[in-house]
Design a protein around this ligand. Structure first.
Ligand SMILES: [Zn+2]
Ligand SMILES: [Zn+2]
Length: 373
């Protein structure tokens, strides 16, 4: 009797699922086109995060729930709304005293969704130290105090992860060159600053990448969106927001924090990947699926790229190509044919490509190798 009941429940569930899938599928398919996709790498999930954004509760133009909806459309795994602590230009229209309010509203809006919302805030000061985001905060209100060193210490007391925002922002650094000051060195040596934005909204900083390498900082790239993601990054025309890719042991806030503390991050902006080779190489390799068509001295291969990034490869293999120049593009979500002149029919051979639109250290592009069998 019990068994029968279970079977009936199972059947009902299956039927219900089929109905639900057929109802919801058209909507899901439409959303899928814009969701940002990157494969996981061995041992870690690749979580797509935007950890710098604003709402009407500081100087943004939208309510926190819109930030959540944009993130869901982009298939993000985690966001942090980082409204300014010290800059509240809409206070006359939207009076509020609580600096945790945008987080609370965003978390409510994300309820029941597969999106992690992290409490964050932007410490907004003149240079030095400029602007910094504190994420994984317990209480953003406690950062609302005069002495800036005390603010960073309070963030640390709360167990927050703090990163330097747009160190190359020309409003605060006229020549656009990210430069460490005495105060930054003090923050770094006290363990009060642990990451740096190498990309912010639409600008990249080689110098920030250099600082990150010299001081072992996590790399971040974020939208710093104030208006709408779709308009700013021209998403309907194929654009995408910058994201911080975080290589985490699981999809949870604690795992994200652990990954930041261990500096397991990379940045994707404007079809460019930046991060340590130990993460970028498996990320690119896992994006590709190679199939061999027949066996010939001019060997045809099909390369399927399942990631959201096009890859620009420079051929470093010992063989030349028959249908491509030494630099060619393997487009995102497409299959690209290459023909390799192996001179004899080989049971297996190795290809070596430099990934020109990836940067693993200042001035360095990572190299991937592929065994064809
Ligand atoms: Zn800022
Ligand atoms: Zn900002």
């Amino acid at each position: 009797m019990k068994m029968q009941l279970q079977r009936m429940t199972l059947t009902t569930t299956v039927v219900l699922s089929i109905i639900l899938v057929s109802i919801s599928h058209p909507i899901v398919a439409q959303e899928d086109n814009r969701a940002i996709e990157f494969p996981n790498i061995p041992g870690y999930l690749t979580l797509k995060c935007d950890l710098h954004m604003h709402t009407v509760l500081s100087d943004g133009s939208v309510w926190p729930n819109i930030r959540v909806q944009e993130a869901l459309r982009d298939g993000l795994d985690a966001i942090s709304i980082t409204d300014h602590i010290e800059y509240q230009p809409h206070l006359d229209d939207i009076p509020h005293l609580d600096r945790n309010r945008s987080f609370q509203l965003a978390r409510q809006a994300a309820e029941g969704q597969d999106l992690i919302v992290i409490n964050g805030a932007e410490i907004t000061r003149a240079m030095p130290p400029g602007h910094a985001n504190a994420i994984f905060l317990e209480d953003a209100n406690k950062l609302n105090q005069d002495d800036v060193m005390e603010v960073f210490k309070e963030a640390k007391r709360q167990g927050a992860f703090v990163f330097w925002n747009h160190p190359h922002w020309t409003a605060q650094q006229k020549n656009g060159v990210a430069t460490l000051t005495e105060m930054h060195l003090e923050l770094l040596s006290s363990g009060l600053l642990s990451g740096i934005e190498i990309f912010n909204e639409s600008t990249f900083s080689e110098e920030a990448l250099d600082i990150a390498h010299k001081h072992n900082l996590a790399l971040l790239g974020n939208s710093d969106i104030h208006g709408l993601i779709d308009w700013q990054f021209e998403v309907p025309d194929g654009g995408h927001r910058p994201v911080t890719l975080v290589f985490a042991k699981e999809k949870s806030e604690a795992a994200l924090k652990e990954a930041f503390e261990q500096r397991r991050t990379a940045v994707w902006f404007d079809n460019t990947l930046v991060g340590n080779a130990e993460f970028l190489i498996p990320l690119v390799e896992n994006s590709l699926e190679i199939s061999r068509l027949g066996e010939a001295m001019v060997q045809t291969l099909m390369i399927k790229n399942s990631s959201d990034s096009d890859y620009i490869f420079e051929n470093l293999s010992e063989y030349t190509l028959h249908n491509q120049a030494s630099v060619f593009v393997v487009k995102s979500h497409e299959t690209t044919k290459i023909q390799v002149k192996t001179l004899e029919i080989l049971p297996s051979f190795q290809l070596q490509f430099k990934v020109l639109n990836a940067i693993s250290a200042p001035g360095v592009h990572p190299e991937i190798s592929i065994i064809v069998e």
